[in-house]
Design a protein around this ligand. Structure first.
Ligand code: NDP
Length: 292
């Protein structure tokens, strides 16, 4: 039997529709419009598209999206000054610095300078520590979105063996922690892992966050597994065009997996929905309001 396709677009749309209602209530009861500021440094084409999409979706859920474009020549000191200004602005609830930053800007120092209460991307060291210690805080958007996608087909993850391929600060590590917090048994694989196929074969839940086109082959996958493909890779097609593929060989995985996310239309839309969710939380937390 073919795998169920996990429709990230539809799940994100439903999440955003529910969020729009909460935002409307926040406005009505407390006269608060959540505001998300995007810092976009330089003219990286993909980053511009990502920020434009995020700002559009913020508007769609009745939030305010404020884009701050800065030239690629921006210095570290100038960028930190911009963060300080946004930290101090009482109308700004969330701050997102679009990554990657142009060289030689130090993204770690920039992220660490964000007021943790406005860290809606969930990348500040305090947010990472809160996740580790299961305290209230903002969770990195992509892994949080993946959890919703998994839950849509596997509401009870307790005891499942989850394999996360990739150990980045933004995706792999927080993903593993969320799965652990959901009572999975978690294995984290990376570029030094030996015999990756045999580890992937043990996964009831497989998260691929590698950045290598179709690296995970269909015959590695345990029959019936839930497969979440975070990868976004642009590959050239025979006609000279390009298309997006994930880290999993989708066509091969389809007859083996129990459920699988497509690329595009899987994890990507959920990442933005979770960013907006975090911005709503920030608008509440900053005013000591209890989120709906
Ligand atoms: P990174 O490059 O930061 O991390 C990649 C990870 O994959 C590293 O931990 C690396 O291991 C591991 N890796 C690389 N090659 C192999 C290999 N051959 N075998 C096993 N592990 C390997 O990437 P990100 O985590 O930021 O992103 C991963 C993918 O997800 C990318 O395609 C990115 O575009 C996509 N992405 C998608 C998002 C979305 O919204 N859908 C959001 C964020 C990312 P090591 O640590 O040993 O180097």
């Amino acid at each position: 039997m073919e795998a169920k396709i996990i429709d990230g677009k539809a799940i994100a749309a439903a999440t955003e529709a529910a969020l729009a209602k909460k935002v409307a209530t926040l406005k009505q009861q407390h006269q608060v419009t959540p505001c998300l500021a995007f810092i976009l440094v330089g003219d990286h084409a993909a980053s511009q598209i990502y920020v434009r999409n995020k700002a559009k979706r913020a508007l769609a859920v009745q939030m305010e999206g404020l884009t701050i474009p800065l030239p690629a020549s921006t210095t570290q000191a100038e960028l930190l000054a911009e963060i300080a200004r946004l930290n101090a602005d009482p109308l700004v609830d969330g701050i997102l610095v679009q990554l990657p930053l142009p060289e030689p800007l130090d993204s770690r120092a920039v992220i660490a300078a964000i007021d943790p209460l406005k860290d809606v991307d969930g990348l500040h060291p305090l947010s990472a520590g809160q996740l580790l210690q299961q305290q209230r805080g903002y969770v990195s958007c992509t892994p949080m979105g993946c959890m919703q996608l998994i839950r849509s087909v596997e509401p009870n993850m307790a005891g499942k063996h989850a394999v996360v391929v990739g150990r980045s600060v933004m995706v792999g590590r927080p993903m593993a922690m969320l799965l652990l917090n959901a009572d999975c048994t978690v294995t984290i694989a990376h570029s030094k892992t030996q015999d990756l196929p045999s580890i992937v074969a043990q996964a009831d839940i497989l998260i691929a966050a590698v950045g290598q086109p179709e690296m995970i082959r269909g015959d590695w996958i345990k029959p019936g597994a839930v497969v979440i493909d975070v990868g976004i890779n642009r590959i050239e097609t025979a006609d000279g065009g390009a298309r997006l593929v994930g880290d999993v060989a989708f066509a091969e995985a389809l007859p083996r997996a129990g459920a699988i996310t497509p690329v595009p239309g899987g994890v990507g839309p959920m990442t933005i929905a979770m960013l907006l969710h975090n911005t709503y939380l920030a608008a509440c937390y900053r005013r000591n309001l209890v989120p709906a």
